[in-house]
Design a binder for this molecule. Structure first.
Ligand SMILES: [Zn+2]
Length: 701
């Protein structure tokens, strides 16, 4: 299955960053005559930062049995091809790969590459660490990965490398928020592919394949972004695919130009006729006298020479036809040069002000599966972001001496935004590698947090060794389970004070908790749900969690002292009641009602108004047939059999778990579906902790 769409963003505003390139001096001559059609050939590759193979397997080109793809060879090859001919151009996107390649080059070769960038032959498009997903990625992480990618480019190549010409190549459908973010980052345009097939058919008929995307009602024109939808996808037209190596996935191997007139296989006219026919066809879908041919696709250009040799000839022979009345002008280009070209046309584009979600590439194939695929990795990625913000902030607050130890997490979080990482569309072994690398880079950042806190505490004679609870997702923590006396430090990366419920797995039945001022505060011991205790992977002796409310200042930390078996706190009794009658729990100002099975059925608000609920556990049966007109449900596409979900017919078993403060309803549907509903008396918050736990009996689901 093809993963990609192609998108681009270009920027040419009168800023310091842009001024050197706003003249587009490096761009080829576009023929402004409206009767002439300018065809922009855009050589490119699309290098997933992990998908069927891991990042390293793709970069080095190992595991050829999975896919014949080696990014180091691609970059080697395109650089050599560009050095041979200064009219050639290439765009590169995934800077995570580029820097892996860069550091292996000699200083002399690096200088040659700098000249290619400076001369506009090699252009960084998008410029992020990866080509991020737009649905499952959080905007904070999108900003982070774009910032880091651009910072590295700017530090090495200077202002002229980026900030002017940026293109967007995207793997999944497109969000309006991404358009808004791009506009705010200084992009002027975006080139994309994945829009709904019905929408695309209509736009083609109405010549609306280019538009002005209005990214935000609040920001107005500041969020407007020119958007180009690529009719042919992001690959080359049929018959013009000169990838000879193939990659085991997208085979090329179309006939090269045979231009010896004496040869029986002479085919110049055949190929040029085909090319001109494509150009004429595509020009029907676009409103100006410019069309764009993306020349490349997934992991292409492992051997750049056949591509450039044949594209050189394509340009030469197609332009020769002009002397015979052809109105097609063809040249090497980039998305930024394309933007420059359409600027002459002075066209007013139609507008759009919503998402391109949900995306279907054909009937029954809505790409909504990846919104929830691999939920464990999606959660872990969010944990990574939380830790990255903490790590960055503490390093800066303690006068930043450890940036080199922050960078691995910063870069791996960049990888995690990739449209086959956080989306969950990667293979299992790749997902495992994403999680392992995330763990390792978080660990490096933990050493930064440790040293930063020591600096901030400011006692040179005391060195505190901070330990971390990395398995709270399964209510396990060797640190809190292994000692009776503990100092717990909580950091708040927000710019405002927070009150946070801290939950720590513990083995003692009573604790005294002291706040940073040394005053005892209330705490509770709450039983860990059985569904969590039964997790096969869990290694923990803790059957309870200690819960207390911590107050943490903005961009600050608070340390709480815990002492086990304290006589003062021994009244911490837990009462567990099997539910057989309807009951009500009071929060700060709400009455929360449950029926006799323990299902939530109403909330009475402060003003007496009752909001009714019906809580059921239901599931969709996945469509499992593929081929022909059939589309199976999977990591990308969600497709159910029928529109109505099915109800779990087994009765709900529930328990009310109460302490002096906490109230929890533990619901169990079966051995692999359960939920905890938590209510804290001082808060009007109802917390739902839904678990699809794989305990006994869930094999095969
Ligand atoms: Zn991709």
């Amino acid at each position: 299955m093809l993963l990609l769409s192609l998108g681009a963003a270009v920027h040419c505003r009168p800023s310091t960053l842009a001024q050197l390139r706003c003249d587009n001096a490096h761009c080829p001559q576009v023929d402004p005559n409206p009767k002439m059609l300018n065809v922009h050939l855009i050589p490119h590759t699309h290098d997933d930062v992990g998908w069927l193979k891991t990042v390293d397997q793709y970069f080095y080109g190992s595991k050829t049995n999975i896919q014949k793809a080696g990014v180091q060879y691609i970059i080697d090859s395109i650089v050599d091809a560009l050095l041979k001919n200064e009219t050639r151009k290439f765009i590169y996107v995934e800077t995570a790969f580029f820097w892996k390649w860069w550091k292996l080059q000699t200083p002399e070769h690096q200088e040659r590459v700098k000249k290619l960038v400076n001369d506009g032959q090699l252009e960084f498009i998008n410029g992020g660490w990866c080509m991020n997903d737009e649905a499952a990625a959080h905007y904070q992480s999108i900003v982070d990965q774009m910032t880091w990618g651009h910072r590295r480019l700017q530090d090495t190549f200077g202002n002229r490398s980026i900030g002017v010409h940026k293109r967007r190549v995207l793997g999944k459908p497109h969000s309006r928020e991404q358009a808004s973010l791009f506009a705010q980052m200084g992009f002027d345009g975006m080139f994309m592919q994945r829009i709904d097939y019905d929408d695309q058919n209509l736009r083609k008929k109405e010549k609306r394949m280019e538009l002005l995307w209005q990214g935000s009602d609040d920001l107005g024109k500041a969020s407007d972004l020119f958007t180009h939808i690529m009719e042919m996808g992001y690959g080359p037209p049929r018959g013009l695919n000169w990838e000879i190596a193939g990659n085991g996935f997208n085979q090329g191997g179309d006939d090269p130009f045979i231009d010896d007139p004496e040869s029986e296989d002479y085919n110049v006219d055949t190929i040029i006729d085909k090319f001109l026919a494509y150009a004429k066809e595509y020009s029907q879908y676009y409103p100006t006298n410019n069309v764009l041919f993306p020349m490349g696709t997934d992991f292409y250009f492992q051997s750049a020479n056949p591509w450039f040799k044949n594209m050189d000839k394509l340009i030469k022979y197609a332009n020769l036809r002009k002397s015979n009345g052809s109105n097609v002008n063809v040249f090497y280009s980039t998305p930024s040069c394309y933007m420059h070209g359409i600027h002459f046309a002075n066209h007013t584009f139609t507008t759009k002000s919503d998402d391109f979600f949900p995306y279907a590439n054909r009937p029954h194939a809505y790409w909504t599966g990846y919104f929830t695929s691999r939920p464990a990795l999606k959660r872990y990625e969010k944990v990574g972001n939380n830790f990255l913000q903490t790590c960055k902030q503490l390093d800066v607050l303690s006068l930043g001496k450890n940036d080199d130890k922050v960078t691995p997490l910063r870069e791996w979080m960049g990888v995690m935004q990739h449209h086959d990482a956080v989306t969950g569309t990667e293979k299992q072994h790749v997902s495992d590698n994403y999680a392992l690398k995330l763990y390792k880079t978080i660990e490096k950042c933990q050493s930064v947090v440790n040293s930063s806190l020591n600096t901030l505490i400011g006692k040179s004679d005391v060195k505190l060794n901070q330990l971390f609870c990395n398995q709270l997702n399964v209510s396990a923590c060797a640190v809190t389970e292994g000692t009776d006396n503990l100092a717990v430090t909580i950091y708040n990366p927000f710019g405002h004070n927070v009150t946070h419920l801290v939950r720590l797995p513990v083995t003692s039945k009573a604790y005294k908790v002291l706040n940073p001022k040394g005053n005892a505060i209330k705490s509770d011991i709450v039983a860990i749900p059985e569904s969590v205790l039964n997790l096969k992977e869990r290694r923990s002796k803790a059957k309870d969690e200690l819960v207390f409310e911590a107050e943490v200042p903005a961009l600050g930390f608070a340390t709480y002292l815990l002492k086990a078996n304290s006589a003062e706190n021994i009244e911490n009794e837990v009462k567990v009641t099997k539910i057989s009658d309807a009951f009500t729990i009071k929060s700060k100002s709400l009455n929360i009602r449950f029926d006799k099975t323990g299902a939530l059925n109403a909330i009475e608000l402060k003003n007496g108004k009752v909001v009714d609920f019906k809580q059921n556990y239901e599931y969709y049966r996945a469509h499992d047939k593929n081929g022909g007109d059939d589309q199976a449900s999977g990591a990308y596409v969600f497709r159910s059999i029928g529109d109505t979900p099915e109800l779990y017919k087994v009765g709900l078993q529930s328990e009310l778990v109460e302490t002096s403060d906490a109230k929890e309803v533990h619901q169990k549907v079966n051995d692999y579906v359960s939920q905890v509903i938590r209510i804290w008396p001082n808060r009007d918050v109802i917390e739902f902790d839904l678990g699809s736990y794989c305990g006994q009996g869930c094999e095969g689901y």
